[in-house]
Design a protein around this ligand. Structure first.
Ligand code: ZN
Length: 293
């Protein structure tokens, strides 16, 4: 799934430039070049985005856009797993409750991307964040360089918040420079963008910048109908899980907030503040809850 999304983000980097290049001479120039360099000829369907940009002559403006993965995203990971069994809901002696199911389903819904898969949605492979943006440059194929803002996401804020930060966005629909808006974006990692800036004060400058990249997506609707469908799917054997941050008792100090250290010749132990939980007795960990019938 994520590979496909990233490909969409990176794909046709060269073909886009072919359309936007002011001079339609590149292909001809390269056609006369030796076999080695023709490998980089912008053939839309087959040329990987990672290939070097075609050579251009001095008087030609190089408007090619090349986007390459720079740093992979940090996938949501869980420190612990547990199972939520639907058949135990509201039964005496079990922690499964309707309220807990509702809470977990809400989390589940925000971690799924609506797509064309048989189940209608897939697990999001990156952190989802609401991204506010203002488009700065059109990179072709619904990809944009944008001034963006998004909240920190993930355990320990793995994805740092963006505030007036340049980011690369892949939007669902065509848009134009200057447009502002808000999307649900899935973080797909950091990419390196090689392009010629068209915005002041960098107009005409050929640059490589490394920025966080987001793909616009739609999350599942958190509704009663959605929950009903979800329960049916789990009962029918679908493998579903959701990752949430949960507060649990600190294992190191057993929830006391301190550990004891025996003192030589003294009856009372010395109390050492627990560093794991900052003496609070509680720690927040990410937990993957798997659902079972
Ligand atoms: Zn502790």
């Amino acid at each position: 799934m994520i590979k496909r999304l990233l490909l969409v983000l990176l794909a046709s980097a060269v073909s886009a430039s072919a359309q936007t290049t002011a001079f339609g001479t590149k292909a001809t120039a390269n056609a006369a070049a030796p076999a080695e360099t023709t490998a980089t000829t912008p053939t839309p369907a087959t040329t990987p985005a990672t290939k070097a940009t075609p050579k251009v002559t001095e008087d030609e403006v190089d408007n090619t856009v090349v986007i390459t993965p720079f740093r992979a995203l940090t996938p949501p990971d869980a420190k612990s797993t547990r199972t939520f069994q639907l058949s135990k809901i509201n039964k005496l002696g079990f922690t499964e409750t309707t309220k807990e199911l509702q809470r977990l389903y809400s989390a589940f819904a925000t971690q799924r991307i609506v797509d064309g898969s048989p189940t209608g949605s897939s697990k999001a492979t990156g952190y989802l964040a609401t991204v506010n943006y203002s488009l700065v440059q059109d990179l072709g194929d619904n990809r944009f360089l944008a001034k963006a803002a998004w909240p920190a996401s993930g355990p320990n804020e793995v994805l740092a918040a963006g505030v007036d930060t340049m980011a690369i966005l892949l939007l669902e629909k065509p848009a134009k420079v200057g447009d502002t808006g808000k999307i649900t974006g899935m973080h797909v990692g950091t990419v390196a963008l090689l392009f010629t800036a068209t915005y002041p004060p960098l107009v005409g400058k050929r640059l490589t910048i490394r920025r966080e990249a987001f793909v616009e997506c739609v999350t599942l609707e958190d509704s009663a109908a959605g929950l009903r469908k979800f329960v049916e799917a789990v009962n029918a054997g679908a493998e579903m899980s959701t990752t949430t941050n949960e507060q649990i008792t600190c294992k190191k100090c057993g929830g006391l907030g301190f550990t004891r250290e025996a003192q030589k010749g003294q009856l009372l132990d010395k109390r050492v503040p627990c560093a794991d939980c900052a003496s609070s007795g509680k720690v927040i960990i990410s937990v993957e809850t798997k659902f079972a019938p």
